[in-house]
Design a protein. Structure first.
Length: 171
C-alpha cells in the first residue's frame, strides 16, 4: 500500500527546532514532526501555486517533502503587509473534491488539495503497471517529477512537481 500525505498548512519548516508561545500552542523542542508525513514510507506532498512556486502556507523541510503538487493560493499579492484581502486572486485557487452544491465543487487551497493529485498519479501508475510495488511507484513518481527550485531534491518541492504524463511513459 502506498500512503500519500499532505504536509500541512502552517508555512513552517518541519525540520527545524522551534518553539511557540506558551499558552498559545505546543512548545516544540527538536525537529518538528507536525504531520504523519514524517513517518518512513509515507509520500509527503507540499503545495505549489499556479506559478510553480511554493504556496505561502505549505509546510516544508529538507527530509519532510518527497513531491510537490498544485494546491492553489490567492495569487502573488497575497499575503501582503497590509493584510488587504481585496488583493486576493480567487482564480489562483484549485478545484476541490469537496462538493458545495448538487453537482458542483468548490475552490479551495491547501496541501489537502495537493496530496490527492499525487495519490491519483500513483493509482494511474498502478493501473498501467500492475506489477509495480508501492515503493517502486513512489520512486518512479519522484524520478519523473518536474524539478522546481534548486536542482535535485530540495526542502520546498522534494523531488519536484508530480508529472503523471512522464510517470506513465513506458520504462
Amino acid at each position: 500500500m502506498l500512503i500519500v500525505g499532505a504536509n500541512g498548512n502552517d508555512g513552517m519548516d518541519l525540520g527545524k527546532r522551534m518553539k511557540t508561545e506558551k499558552g498559545k500552542g505546543k512548545v516544540y523542542d527538536g525537529p518538528l514532526f507536525d504531520t504523519f508525513t514524517s513517518i518512513p514510507g509515507v509520500v509527503s506532498v507540499s503545495s505549489t501555486t499556479n506559478r510553480d512556486t511554493l504556496a505561502y502556507y505549505s509546510n516544508y523541510g529538507s527530509s519532510n517533502v518527497h513531491l510537490a503538487s498544485p494546491g492553489g493560493d490567492y495569487g502573488p499579492n497575497w499575503p501582503n503587509p497590509e493584510n488587504d484581502a481585496s488583493k486576493r486572486d480567487l482564480e489562483a485557487r484549485t478545484l476541490s473534491t469537496i462538493p458545495v452544491a448538487q453537482g458542483s465543487y468548490g475552490w479551495k487551497i491547501g496541501t489537502s488539495m495537493a496530496a490527492p493529485k499525487v495519490a491519483a498519479a500513483a493509482a494511474l501508475m498502478k493501473a498501467q503497471f500492475p506489477q509495480l510495488k508501492a515503493q517502486q511507484i513512489a520512486t518512479r513518481l519522484q524520478q519523473t517529477a518536474e524539478d522546481l527550485g534548486k536542482p535535485g531534491h530540495d526542502e520546498y518541492f522534494g523531488h519536484g512537481l508530480v508529472n503523471v504524463y512522464n510517470a506513465l511513459q513506458k520504462k
